[in-house]
Every structure is written in structure tokens, then in C-alpha cells.
Design a binder for this molecule. Structure first.
Ligand SMILES: CC(C)(COP(=O)(O)OP(=O)(O)OC[C@H]1O[C@@H](n2cnc3c(N)ncnc32)[C@H](O)[C@@H]1OP(=O)(O)O)[C@@H](O)C(=O)NCCC(=O)NCCS
Length: 165
């Protein structure tokens, strides 16, 4: 898909306080149903060593973002965690989630060339239809391991995509 001509994908590096604040605000609105994620997500985005963040920028404002982390396992393999994906309401349902997921999965595939990724994983509310559809498009499936509920009581489940060694 061609991006709207004002939109650009940018990787977050040396995050400025304003950028982290904007990511926090987007998170607060987008994840309201699941709890208050404002500070949690902006803190994760500021951790440049372990977490990779890409943003869609529209002129000079953040339209959405995705965060990816990598976790070591005891067997030496890695788990890729899609930690968060969110778009501002005006930017939803026009395929931009796909742009962010493509960036994240390209990153995971690149790392898989030198490190063994066992699987990629994310947490989703099973009734979050647009999100589940998007993740299925990228090969994620529910694996039956229900991880419980978000702090607001909304059910949460893992979706996973396995990687071959
Ligand atoms: C989830 C999110 C990232 C998806 O990105 P998006 O760019 O809006 O989604 P897309 O435009 O790619 O649409 C995804 C699918 O949902 C469908 N969809 C669109 N509007 C919908 C609606 N109101 N209800 C159900 N499905 C809908 C689309 O048709 C599309 O499926 P298709 O490609 O098979 O037609 C985005 O909607 C968002 O930021 N939501 C709020 C935060 C959130 O829920 N994040 C995920 C938490 S795990």
C-alpha cells in the first residue's frame, strides 16, 4: 500500500520528551478499555536498548506507533514480542496498521537471520475484531493459552506466529 503522501514511517531514536508524551496520550485513548497504559507504553518506548519503536508521522504529529521487544529464553532462542500497536482514531481502518505490522515483522525476520526466533507473540482482546484480523493477516493465531484478563476485566489472549529454525 502507498502511504498517504503526508505520512512517513520513522524509527524512534533518542526519543524526545514530547514524542514520548504523544505516544503516552495515544496509548491512553487507544487502550482505555484495557486499563491506563499511558506511562507504561511511553516508558517502554523510551527503553532503546531492548525495545524497537516505529512511528507513522503525519506532517509533524504522531499518527500511530508499534513497539517490538525481544526476550531471551533459557534454550538460547528468542521470543519476539509485539508489545503495542495503536493508531489515533482518525487514522484507523485505512490499512495503516498493516504498514506498522510490516515494519515489525521485517525487523523480526531480519533478526531471525542471525538469532533463532522461536515465535512472535502478542496479547489481544479476542473481541477486538480489527486487531485480530490484522494479526491473522501476518500469520498470528490464537494458541489456546488464555492469559486471563486485563486490569479492567476484559479477556486477554495470546496470538503467536511460529518461526522455523
Ligand atoms: C488495531 C489497529 C492497530 C488496526 O489497524 P487499522 O489500520 O485500523 O486496521 P486495518 O485498516 O488494517 O483493518 C483491519 C481489519 O479490520 C477490519 N475493520 C475495519 N473496521 C472495522 C470495524 N469497525 N469492526 C471490525 N472490523 C473492522 C478491516 O476491514 C480490516 O480487515 P480486512 O483487511 O480483512 O478488510 C487500530 O485499529 C487501532 O489502533 N486500534 C486501537 C488500538 C488497538 O486496539 N490496538 C491493538 C491492541 S492488541
Amino acid at each position: 500500500m502507498e502511504l498517504k503522501n503526508t505520512l512517513k514511517l520513522r524509527i524512534l531514536k533518542n526519543a524526545k520528551a514530547e514524542e514520548l508524551a504523544e505516544i503516552g496520550e495515544i496509548s491512553q485513548e487507544a487502550f482505555l478499555r484495557f486499563g491506563d497504559y499511558r506511562d507504561f507504553i511511553s516508558d517502554l518506548a523510551s527503553d532503546e536498548d531492548g525495545v524497537f519503536t516505529a512511528m507513522l508521522i503525519d506532517v509533524d504529529r504522531i499518527a500511530g506507533f508499534i513497539l517490538v521487544g525481544f526476550m531471551n529464553t533459557k534454550t538460547g532462542g528468542l521470543i519476539a514480542d509485539i508489545l503495542a500497536i495503536a493508531l489515533k482514531p482518525d487514522y484507523r481502518y485505512m490499512g495503516l496498521g498493516e504498514e506498522l505490522m510490516s515494519w515489525a515483522m521485517d525487523l523480526v525476520n531480519t533478526i531471525h537471520k542471525t538469532r533463532n526466533i522461536l515465535y512472535a507473540r502478542l496479547t489481544v482482546a479476542p473481541d477486538n475484531e480489527p486487531a485480530v484480523k490484522l494479526f491473522r493477516k501476518f500469520g498470528f493465531e490464537f494458541d489456546g493459552s488464555d492469559i486471563g484478563v486485563y486490569s479492567t476485566g476484559v479477556p486477554a489472549a495470546y496470538m503467536k506466529k511460529l518461526f522455523l529454525p
